[in-house]
Write a protein that binds this ligand. Sequence first.
Ligand code: NAP
Ligand code: MG
Length: 502
Amino acid sequence: MPKTISEKKSEIKTNGEIHPASHASKWNYAPSPESTDHIHLEKQYGLFINNQFVKPHSNKYFDTINPATEEKIADIAEADETDVDNAVKSAKNAYEKYWKKLSSKERGKYIYRIARMIQERSRELAVIESMDGGKPIRESRDIDVPLAANHFFYYAGWADKLEYAFPNRKPEPIGVAGQIIPWNFPLLMAAWKIAPALACGNTVVLKPAETTSLTALKLAEIIRDCDLPPGVVNIITGAGKTGAVLVQHPLVNKIAFTGSTEVGKIIQKAIAGTNKKLTLELGGKSANIIFDDAPINEAVEGIINGIFFNQGHVCCAGSRLFVQESVYDEVIRKLKHRMKSLIVGNPLDKNTDIGAINSKSQLEKIHYYLDIGVKEGATIYQSTSILPTKGYFCAPTLFLETSQSHRIVQEEIFGPVLTIQTFRTVEEVIEKANNTPYGLAAGVWTDKGSKIFNLTSKMRAGVVWANTYNKFDPTSPFGGYKESGFGREGGLHGLLPYVNLR
Ligand code: NAP
Ligand code: MG
């Protein structure tokens, strides 16, 4: 009989021995859960079309669950072809009749209003994000929600200044944007997509991921309460099939997709030969590089932040660590010590460092790779954090003694799993770090500015962080090389995919 996840959890091999995956944590804090009294959730959510929540044509709904408790939170409508058609037609109608004719200054006012209302409802949004997706409240409260508001503020500012963004050119909106997002930053990804599209004068049909629709639906309520003209933003829920129908709709002029490389390729094929514009933000296997002259304590914190942040559910996670040989022992010793203090558990608890894995299938994928890593001969080390008995949780994991050819080094795991290799020279680490089909991000830790500049020019990665990791800002462009996609989101560059330039 196949083993259950919890049986597997407690049988992970550590240095050849069988170890229970959880031990008592070294640091004990009293529980400090965020209250849920102030949030408002419906039992059932319809599709947001033309500023109204409507029943799905098929009358089909699916459950959204809390991955930390495995309890159902609400019913979510499943959009079929008729619903997608209604949403796209509503967006097209709003575009032709209203939005493209509105003065850019007025457009900007609506976007500012959305930004302010996200701030006003930030506490509720943060709690719902953590309940539905499993991420620690500290992250949804301090990162996801403020950044989502900031994206709307930033692009609201551009709405009436587009002619300065593209000097001597005439930027024109494209029309209807079909936008598809993943489950790792549900509200933030919705903001990344919707804000620049609206600022440039386009209307939108957005499809959130099946497991994390709730904050997108809360954003729909905000958009309705902001009195946006009906049809400017439509939010339709459903599974991959709903996304596929949206991609193929003839009235959609632009597709913006964030998700896996596998689905990105399917979308690229599906729209080949049409005049739809496309941007793809796909997977990653990013390198975090520690030189011997780096501030080691800070670098260790950066490693933790780079891979264990958000359970490793970060497309640009620093999932491949490269440590210069002379400081290897020190880095590993300090890293293991720091891992002992990480608290895995209730996402709503303010002390939690690592929350729940987003879904059962994602946890199974992570366990699949843990087994592969062990079979490939890498040495596994897991933190002694206590894992809750219910819900989908994974202990932070290191794989030592890995090599370039290992699947755990080459393939995206999308969980709190770090592979570690050593290097001696700058040339060697550049070659190793670039030896991946992906090219989303990288980190470099060193005391020398010259090394930083050398690496940033030679790394095939969209973002290179120096002496920090996983820092985001709406003014800074983000996007990949190679199989991590094309097009940029954020900053001035993030406007370009949403305009035709004359
Ligand atoms: P995914 O399976 O590719 O799904 C992404 C979105 O596409 C979801 O809304 C999904 O719906 C939908 N979808 C699935 N099949 C589709 C199809 N044939 N046509 C159109 N839409 C379809 O990715 P995921 O597992 O949710 O997210 C994890 C991946 O996203 C990782 O690879 C990660 O690296 C990547 N990611 C990249 C970035 C970046 O900026 N580069 C940011 C975040 C995440 P359902 O969820 O309902 O299946
Ligand atoms: Mg959920």
